[in-house]
Design a protein around this ligand. Sequence first.
Ligand SMILES: C[S@@+](CC[C@H](N)C(=O)[O-])C[C@H]1O[C@@H](n2cnc3c(N)ncnc32)[C@H](O)[C@@H]1O
Length: 275
Amino acid sequence: MDVERLVARHYAQGGLEAAILAGLAAAGKDPARLGMDDLAPVDEFHIGGRRATEELAARLPLAPGMKLLDIGSGLGGAARFLAARHGCDVTGIDLTAEYVAVANMLAARVGLAGRVRYLEGSAMALPFADASFDGATMLHVGMNIADKGALFRGVRRVLKPGGFFAIYDVMAEDGGGDLAYPVPWATTAATSFVERAASYRAWLAESGFVVTHERNRRDLAMEFFARLRAAGANGPPPLGLHLVMGEATRAKVANMIGNVERGLVAPVEIVARAE
Ligand SMILES: C[S@@+](CC[C@H](N)C(=O)[O-])C[C@H]1O[C@@H](n2cnc3c(N)ncnc32)[C@H](O)[C@@H]1O
């Protein structure tokens, strides 16, 4: 089976829509009167959750009406945040059909369907005309993509000159070694392609970008893991990423924390400008 099919199989859970609606109800939310913030415990599938999205967005030259592309949009939390808080018009694209369906359902429920839409497709074959977007975001997706040079060339093609590309990925630390699996993004090493920030910078430069910002978010990760541990001390909360990660949640989270604590990987922000 090719990598993209394995990646989509890793993420698809089956029954995710029903599980999220039940989790919202159990958390005391009325599914008929949801706000974007109610979804944050489950729809921000990356280290640091909503806070990481907010802090990345604070580094971007965002303006109302901007057309943005969110690559590997997952359940769509980051795209909805950019639409609701910054007034942007956001298109998400993702390999995992179930995530795309749930992302569109959640956008409709919070009244954002006019400003956000999610399509099923590959980041390696973006179905958009040249220079379609003012900016692109990609949160915790590059770890699933082997050929990041080709990925970045494709992103550059669909951006207008001067547009931004904001990446927030788990990257290899200097002196890193073999990771423990499963992790939230991969069941085995067959679909995990973790690279150093220096390699990202080199591929970005070769693809027509100038890097304008880079920040290692290891400290945010350690705080996030401490909060996860505290929140899960008496079992999982009604609404959380365990609904998205499924049965192997405990092993995936334990390995991710261990891999960061051992200094093998850390989440890193990189922002670049299309030349
Ligand atoms: C860890 S999740 C992050 C989702 C979302 N960006 C977020 O932060 O909440 C990784 C997502 O990337 C998607 N993905 C992985 N490889 C992809 C590819 N080649 N093209 C499109 N989406 C991809 C997966 O389907 C999954 O939804």
